[in-house]
Design a protein around this ligand. Structure first.
Ligand code: SAH
Length: 361
């Protein structure tokens, strides 16, 4: 049995070294080589003893998910389709901007939450990704981009906004985020790692205690009636409970606000009256609003709000003092935009079959 060292954080690597009869400081060296330098070949880790370098391949590896495809959009957005075995594949997206490079990482093969406007949600759910599959996305993208773009640190920000609900896979996501934050590994500040959730309240509470990074919450509706429809998880954790958790989160958060994401669906949630309702809803929570123009995918019933409707909605919010930005659509020509990530998911929840049966009935 070989251990994949990619998913081990500092504490776990120390335990691994101790088990081998090695000094614990080797863990720091391994961490530096693997994550900071992006080296996966033990023979190249030149400050470790030759004996250890020769011993490691028999008991350990550094293995990232295999690349099935690698596509670059007209605007420079780049998407990798990665094999995670048994017919499942996930997607990772790099979004270059003038002063930062953001990597959007997946946390599950599929998603169990079934938000009605999300492509991943339509595919159903297979399983949680392991810590090594999660951090493997960053490891792989950083290596490829460093050599292709010839910059030392091509990725300045990470967003846990790919496929899946990150808080439904808490332990593995937290282990991967600890590596992102570790100075010996990726050394990203907590402000530059953002986790987005559909509103899993117990997960928000745990995140606050165990690994407070920047928090984004997918709100999408100004009241429980509409949100129950769009984000079925709302039936379990309604707005009142969710907003209270957001307010508590701010005490420990690296930023003094929560970002509320709001997808703009024509004729569904984009009326000015709904913007006013949204203002009243969030009035007690320090926040910024990020409006996301809906990105279509095959089989969806929704259309994107027009630019005038989005501008009116934004105006109604800013007028009341809410800082509101509109998310720029990136990479939609290669289906890499928000809500378009699909990969391949062997749905174990039979969601497709059920919804097709319902449609037929
Ligand atoms: N499950 C987490 C992580 C996904 S993040 C969450 O719900 O937050 C992806 C973001 O894109 C979320 O805000 C999600 O609601 C939004 N999104 C999903 N489908 C979309 C679509 N078709 N167009 C635009 N945004 C979408």
């Amino acid at each position: 049995m070989t251990v994949n060292l990619l998913g081990l954080d500092h504490a776990a690597l120390k335990a691994f070294c101790t088990n081998l009869g090695e000094k614990p400081f080797r863990a720091r060296q391994l961490l530096r080589w693997i994550h900071h330098a992006g080296v996966g070949d033990f023979a190249a880790m030149t400050d470790m003893s030759r004996a250890l370098r020769e011993r490691l391949p028999a008991c350990a590896s550094v293995t990232a998910p295999g690349v099935l495809s690698d596509t670059v959009a007209a605007d420079g957005t780049r998407k990798w389709l990665l094999d995670v075995g048994t017919g499942n594949a996930i997607e990772t997206v790099f979004i270059p901007e003038a002063r930062r490079g953001t990597l959007c990482i997946s946390s599950q093969a599929g998603c169990a939450l079934a938000c009605t406007f999300c492509s991943t949600g339509h595919q159903g759910f297979n399983r949680n990704l392991t810590a090594e599959e999660i951090i493997g996305q960053l490891w792989l993208a950083a290596r490829v981009l460093r050599s292709d773009l010839a910059v030392e640190r091509p990725i300045s920000n990470v967003v846990m906004m790919g496929m899946g609900e990150p808080l439904a896979n808490f332990d593995n996501v937290a282990a991967a985020m600890r590596l992102m934050l570790d100075d010996t590994a990726y050394g990203l500040s907590r402000r530059r790692v953002t986790l987005s959730t559909a509103g899993l309240v117990p997960g928000i509470e745990r995140l606050r205690e165990e690994c407070p990074v920047a928090l984004a919450v997918s709100l999408h509706a100004p009241n429980d009636g509409l949100r129950n429809e769009l984000v079925p998880l709302n039936r379990k954790y309604p707005l009142k409970v969710l907003l209270a958790a957001c307010l508590r989160y701010i005490e420990k958060a690296p930023r003094d606000f929560v970002t509320f994401e709001y997808v703009m669906l024509a004729g569904v949630n984009d009326a000015v009256a709904q913007a006013r309702e949204l203002v009243r809803l969030v009035k007690d929570v320090p926040c910024k609003i990020n409006l996301i123009p809906f990105n279509p995918f095959p089989g969806t019933q929704y259309t994107r709000s027009g630019p005038e409707a989005i501008a009116r909605f934004q105006d109604a919010l800013t007028r009341e003092g809410l800082i509101t930005t509109i998310r720029k659509t990136r990479g939609d020509d290669i289906d890499a935009a928000c809500g378009q990530l699909a990969g391949y998911v062997r749905d174990r929840t039979k969601r497709r079959q059920r919804s097709e049966k319902e449609a037929a009935a």
